[in-house]
Design a protein around this ligand. Structure first.
Ligand code: PEP
Length: 263
């Protein structure tokens, strides 16, 4: 992944644009983010996951700079008669290095199962890209005391399909469904507790897997980013709404840099 820093443990901040953007506004946002990250001159890794039709534009504007880019989903197949689908290998041709898989919006609106998310993760790794595997519980599940069980089941369906070497190449994003797009972030204590639990599940797969980046996502904003990123098992953030405003996204990147290296 192209990064601003050679330090592999620097915190990682990735924007998820969701289904937002048009050519003109993308250009302004990408240029502002690239310039702002360059000027941060700080130890932080930054990426943006854009709608797939904009990968070419994103590549042309970000190539050679400090910001990585990627897609928000890929097909479970590598090629074939799957109308409307985009293969991981196609995403890779546009210089992308990141792909979000298993976002809760895809699990909810497209009925993506934990098993399908595991298969997509395999396709992303085969294409030489970094999957950002999202896990998270609904409010009902949290209130029923099921948070750990839910995220463990989601993560295990992915890990079981991967070798230890491949598992060490993933990124995991803990995104409580009740915090996404709601303005109601998990508290830093709530997030840290789940991250520590996920870390132990990753460690059970193998020592090399224990240190994969664990991002928090769910209403991260400039005013709560530093507190969240200060937690010992939070290695950065997956940022939705705030990634569409250059000023907010850059403030979050700055908070990640201020909280130092992960771990
Ligand atoms: C997301 O969509 O991954 C996300 C975290 O959204 P938001 O930051 O808007 O809650």
């Amino acid at each position: 992944m192209p990064t601003q820093s050679a330090n592999a443990r620097a915190k990682l901040v990735v924007g998820n644009w969701k289904m937002h953007g048009r050519l003109a506004e993308n250009a302004a946002l990408l240029q502002a983010v690239a310039q702002g990250v360059g000027e941060l001159n700080a130890d932080v890794r930054v990426g943006v996951c854009v709608p797939s039709p904009y990968l070419a534009q994103t590549q042309s504007l970000l190539e050679g700079g400090p910001v990585a880019w990627g897609a928000q989903d890929v097909s479970a197949f590598s090629h074939g008669a799957y109308t409307g689908e985009v293969a991981a290998g196609m995403v890779a041709e546009f210089g992308a290095t990141l792909v979000i898989v298993g976002h809760s919006e895809r699990r909810a609106y497209h009925r993506e199962s934990a098993e399908l998310v595991g298969i997509k993760t395999q396709r992303v790794l085969e294409a030489g890209l970094t999957p950002i595997v999202c896990v998270g519980e609904t409010l009902e599940e949290r209130e029923a005391g099921l948070t750990e069980q839910v995220v463990a089941d989601q993560l295990d369906e992915v890990l079981v399909k991967l070798s230890v070497e491949d598992a060490a190449r993933i990124v995991v994003a803990y995104e409580p469904v009740w915090a996404i797009g709601t303005g109601k972030s998990a508290s830093s204590d709530q997030a840290q507790a789940v991250h520590a639990f996920l870390r132990s599940r990753l460690a059970a797969k193998g020592a090399a897997v224990a240190s994969v980046p664990l991002l928090y996502g769910g209403s991260v904003k400039p005013d709560n980013a530093e507190e969240l990123f200060s937690q010992s098992d939070i290695d950065g953030g997956l940022i939705g709404g705030a990634s569409l405003k250059a000023q907010d996204f850059l403030a979050i990147c700055k908070a990640a840099a201020a909280t130092g290296v992960a771990g």
